[in-house]
Design a protein around this ligand. Structure first.
Ligand code: IPE
Length: 244
């Protein structure tokens, strides 16, 4: 099994509300359509989630405002999900989409996803909002990937991000930062864009944890999806995360 997280910063312009990058998702879908292994695709929310989440104080305790924000963000991420599904379908990928908002009643519940996966169905899920007893929560795609990796122990988990991989220093600030082919243990990343679900530091920590459950955990650039086919070869541009 392969789990692929497609970052919101890849398929949307994170600074512009509701800006979907159709051609980028199309190229990703084309590459994925050649994979003959069971797949779970999880996408982030990008500018369909983070901007309004911030505006409406999410995550936060239940209030008129956070409930209103919940509805807006969920409606928007469903729009993004639909765009993603259309691109996948246009390349012949037939998938079931499972939306956390409707699956998670207080707790994160993966029973339906488990059932569909056991039937051999390829599934899609995404970062979303959901309601708990006291609050409106945000679930990031990374957390979904972590939960699924723990449940299904996939052969490989791939994070498609807007960077080539993990660098020894912040490549957005330092010109001759080096791309690391592998990272083990903890590396320090100085504050690359922080957002409501933790920014790059949070993502790296999540990836380290995931590497304990997956055969291989990889960070690569989603703007070059063809690199997916080069994982495991000398030519691969990206970073293998973890100790294996
Ligand atoms: C965020 O999901 C979910 C919401 C803000 C509703 P992610 O954290 O997975 O999204 P990206 O990949 O950072 O955009």
């Amino acid at each position: 099994m392969l789990i692929i997280k497609v970052g919101g910063s890849v398929i949307t312009d994170k600074s512009k509300y509701l800006a979907f990058r159709n051609p980028v998702m199309d190229r990703i879908a084309e590459v994925l359509s050649h994979i003959r292994e069971q797949m779970i695709i999880v996408h982030g929310a990008g500018s369909f989630g983070h901007l309004k989440a911030k505006e409406f104080d999410l995550p936060g305790r239940i209030s008129e405002r956070t409930l209103q924000g919940m509805n807006i963000v969920h409606t928007d991420v469903i729009r993004l999900n639909n765009e993603v599904l259309q691109r996948l379908r246009s390349h012949g990928l037939n998938v079931s989409s499972l939306t956390p908002f409707s699956l998670f009643n207080g707790r994160r519940n993966y029973s339906l996803m488990r059932r569909l996966i056991s039937l051999g169905v390829n599934t899609v899920s995404h970062g979303d909002v959901y309601v708990t007893r006291e609050s409106v929560n945000i679930i990031s795609g990374d957390t979904i990937v972590r939960d699924l990796a723990r449940l299904f122990r996939p052969r490989r988990v791939v994070f498609m991000s807007d960077v080539d991989g993990v660098y020894d220093r912040d490549p957005k600030k330092i010109r001759n930062a080096h791309l690391l082919r592998t990272v083990n243990g903890h590396v320090t990343v100085d504050g690359v864009n922080n957002d409501v679900t933790g920014g790059m530091r949070g993502k790296l920590n999540a990836m380290f944890e995931i590497s304990r459950y997956a055969g291989e955990t990889v960070l690569m650039n989603g703007f070059h999806p063809e690199r997916l086919n080069q994982i495991g070869t000398e030519r691969f541009i990206g970073t293998i995360i973890g100790t294996k």
